[in-house]
Design a protein around this ligand. Structure first.
Ligand code: PGA
Length: 249
């Protein structure tokens, strides 16, 4: 059966001290909901976060990685470097990486393959832009993103995949997909996986929703049968808000 997951993507926020302070509050207040809880601080704060959360149930995950093992890629970080500091899970495909750093489906497929080859777990993000939804192309866009990056994988690889559907128009905008829109897309995603890989793989993959999840809307979104949790940006930077969202699961 698939896991419930609440993950906080801190993006380029929180310096060393602020990271330590937020981690301390979160681990002190963490409710036992049975859901997996993850946080993704910036690269420079990952080693400290791993140490700070050594005896906590919160998992520290990375926001990105390069597909190469090592080499002349100034400013980049490899999967093996992440593993060497105790990271087991990496976010790949966030819409900000696609939009601001030119990450195409092709690059993302290479990153996913490299991460899985190392035994990392991948939280793969994808989702349509506003124009896609307005022109009724959102299902086609999501299907293409999934197929291009993930559908060459062996069936066995899917036990290491977590999906995060994040409509771009809802990220950081305060505008959330309605619980019905989220459920409709999550059901479509599960059916698309079923069509290629079969029902048991589709039933076992956790599909998170991301995009302006807040304490006030989390319960309703999480109550939908195909929504297995959330990837939280802004609200994960405020301890009480993130704890309230974890409680909502
Ligand atoms: P948001 O970000 O919660 O601030 O909308 C979500 C995300 O980018 O993962």
């Amino acid at each position: 059966m698939r896991n419930k997951i609440v993950a906080g993507n801190w993006k380029m926020n929180k310096n060393l001290e602020e990271t330590a302070a937020l981690l301390a509050t979160l681990s002190a207040k963490l409710p036992d909901t049975g859901a997996e809880v993850m946080v993704a601080p910036t690269f420079v704060n990952l080693p400290g976060a791993v140490r700070d959360l050594e005896s906590s149930k919160i998992e520290v995950i990375a926001q990105n990685m390069h597909f190469a093992e090592n080499g002349a890629y100034t400013g980049e970080i490899s999967g093996s470097m992440l593993q060497s500091i105790g990271i087991d899970t990496v976010i790949i495909g966030h819409s900000e990486r696609r939009a601001y750093f030119g990450e195409t489906d092709e690059i993302l497929a290479k990153k996913v393959t490299a991460a899985l080859a190392r035994g990392l777990r991948v939280m793969f993000c994808f989702g349509e832009e506003l124009e896609d939804r307005k022109s009724d192309n959102h299902f086609a866009v999501v299907e293409r993103q999934l197929k291009n990056a993930l559908f060459s994988l062996d069936a066995g690889a899917w036990s290491k995949i977590i999906l995060a559907y994040e409509p771009v128009w809802a990220i950081g905008t305060g505008e959330t997909a309605s619980p019905e829109q989220a459920q409709e897309m999550h059901a479509f995603i599960r059916k698309t996986i079923t069509d290629t890989y079969g029902g048991s793989i589709a039933d076992n993959v956790s599909i998170l929703y991301g995009g302006s999840v807040k304490p006030g809307n989390a319960s309703e979104i999480f109550s939908k049968p195909d929504v297995d949790g959330g990837l939280i940006g802004g609200a994960s930077l405020v301890a009480d808000d993130f704890i309230a969202i974890i409680n909502a699961i």
